[in-house]
Design a protein around this ligand. Structure first.
Ligand code: GTP
Ligand code: MG
Length: 174
């Protein structure tokens, strides 16, 4: 573990990345405080949230960083990734461009992130799956397999698999 904290056994930093409006901030607010906003604004700069997670007999304090998907709103990339042990790389299953850009985010991860970072590829907005799906679950899973990532489809709106996606990352870290 990186550091020690009074109320917890370990402190882990993880980051959210992916195109704008894929739902990074809502995944985080769902995980941290069980909140969701239909009218959320694009993130500017960097925000973060904490949540304690019990794994076995250890309490892990997960510090999750969230930044803008839009280039012009992003802060310095190297400091964003510094010390991060995990990442959720998010795309939107209803917008293919966000899936195409996963490659771009992988490049950035490899340039700035730790080599042994645990990365979960997340296809968010699964609630739109019946009406507006542009990326099949199989495509997501195949890409994850090729890139050596974990994979999960989520819905921040309906609170499906959100906890599972974060927990998968956190439990694989140590
Ligand atoms: P940036 O901060 O610009 O990078 O965007 P973001 O990735 O943080 O997206 P954000 O969480 O702000 O969500 C963008 C829009 O998608 C908002 O209108 C959300 O309400 C909506 N949204 C987020 N998650 C879901 C989801 O699971 N399903 C649906 N239907 N909409 C979602
Ligand atoms: Mg955001």
């Amino acid at each position: 573990a990186d550091s020690y904290d009074e109320e917890c056994d370990y402190l882990f930093k993880a980051v959210l990345i992916g195109d704008s409006a894929v739902g990074k901030s809502n995944l985080l607010s769902r995980f941290a405080t069980d909140e969701f906003r239909l009218d959320s604004k694009p993130t500017i700069g960097v925000e973060f949230a904490y949540r304690n997670v019990k794994i076995g007999d250890k309490i892990i304090k997960a510090q999750i960083w969230d930044t803008a998907g839009q280039e012009r709103f992003r802060a310095i990339t190297s400091s964003y990734y510094r010390g991060a042990l995990g990442a959720l790389l998010v795309y939107d299953i209803s917008r293919r461009t966000t899936f195409r850009n996963v490659k771009k985010w992988m490049h950035e991860l490899r340039e700035f992130g730790n080599l042994d970072m645990v990365v979960v590829l997340v296809g968010n907005k699964s609630d739109l799956g019946d009406q507006r799906r542009e990326v099949s679950e199989e495509e997501g899973r195949n890409l994850a397999e090729m890139e050596g990532l974990f994979f999960m489809e989520t819905s921040a709106l309906e609170n499906v698999n959100v906890e599972e996606a974060f927990l998968r990352m956190i439990t694989k870290i140590h």
